[in-house]
Design a protein around this ligand. Structure first.
Ligand SMILES: NC(=O)c1ccc[n+]([C@@H]2O[C@H](COP(=O)([O-])OP(=O)(O)OC[C@H]3O[C@@H](n4cnc5c(N)ncnc54)[C@H](OP(=O)(O)O)[C@@H]3O)[C@@H](O)[C@H]2O)c1
Length: 246
């Protein structure tokens, strides 16, 4: 019997853990990738208990592309439909980045260039199998650079544009590429940021992602209210926007 296999990058993320639980319940095989192996082992045990066909743990650091090959080798051996979900990301405070510009490089590697390098290496495998899905978790922050987090926003904007092009390429071979743009979600990433508008939960984000996968959607805003909100924010003329602090 063959199953879906999900490679999950950044599998220690709160959103990833919830997503892994959900696909495990459907009997998928999981390749859980990240830096904190102990945390991934706990998620793997939980996934196995929930019905995952298999749950293995592999080291992944977005800043170290030389370490990607073992994951690609495991992907090549995986039976059934191959899928990949990218949850990797980091969001240092903008004032911390302003004080230490070296943080720019790591922020872009975590949110954009590391995941893009991995997906570019994986893409030929999905093309050859003529199926599967890629879920790329970007952010509404990538829709317009703003005062409070423009390095993170810039990295997510790059990742969003990359995913759009990847969809253009892989769609021709029957591979579904879903760009996910969450607004604020109650996870460690938003801890200490104070009250956020239209806050969501990991469970709601997972449900939205799974529905968007079933419906073969291209771009998912979660919560849905963020689509019109960002449409308005993108439409604000630059001479006005540059004086705003939203
Ligand atoms: N929470 C929100 O409000 C929100 C909103 C929009 C978009 N997002 C996006 O959603 C995704 C998941 O975030 P989350 O909310 O679940 O936050 P989280 O729990 O802080 O997860 C971030 C994940 O990224 C991993 N990571 C960071 N740098 C890495 C690197 N160099 N190599 C490998 N893994 C790395 C972290 O691994 P470690 O455990 O090893 O640190 C962690 O698993 C991120 O891409 C984030 O930008 C979140």
């Amino acid at each position: 019997m063959t199953h879906d296999t999900w490679i999950i990058l950044g599998a220690s993320s709160t959103l990833a853990r919830d997503f892994a639980r959900s696909v495990a319940q459907d009997g998928a095989a999981l390749i859980l990738c990240g830096r904190r192996i102990d945390d991934l082992e706990a998620t793997a045990a939980d996934a196995a208990a929930r019905g995952a066909a298999q749950a293995q743990v592999m080291a992944f650091d977005a800043r170290d592309p030389d370490g990607f090959q073992p994951i690609l080798d495991a992907a090549a051996r995986a039976p059934g439909t191959l899928n990949c979900a990218v949850f990797v990301g980091s969001m240092p405070a903008q004032d911390a980045i302003d004080a230490d510009p070296a943080l720019v490089d790591g922020t872009i590697a975590d949110n954009f260039t590391g995941p893009a390098r991995f997906l570019t290496l994986l893409a030929p495998m999905l093309e050859a199998r003529e199926g599967g899905a890629i879920v790329g978790v970007s952010s509404v922050a990538g829709d317009r650079g703003r005062l409070g987090n423009y390095v993170y926003g810039g990295a997510k904007a790059g990742f969003t544009a990359y995913l759009s092009g990847l969809r253009n390429r892989l769609g021709r071979k029957g591979v579904h590429v879903l760009t996910v743009k969450p607004g604020p979600v109650d996870t460690p990433m938003t801890f200490g940021l104070g009250k956020q508008p239209f806050m969501s939960t990991p469970g709601a984000v997972t449900a939205d992602i799974r529905k968007a996968l079933r419906k073969k959607r291209n771009v998912l805003y979660t919560r849905a209210i963020w689509r019109p909100v960002m449409m308005v924010i993108r439409a604000i003329p630059e001479p006005i926007f540059k004086k705003m602090s939203i």
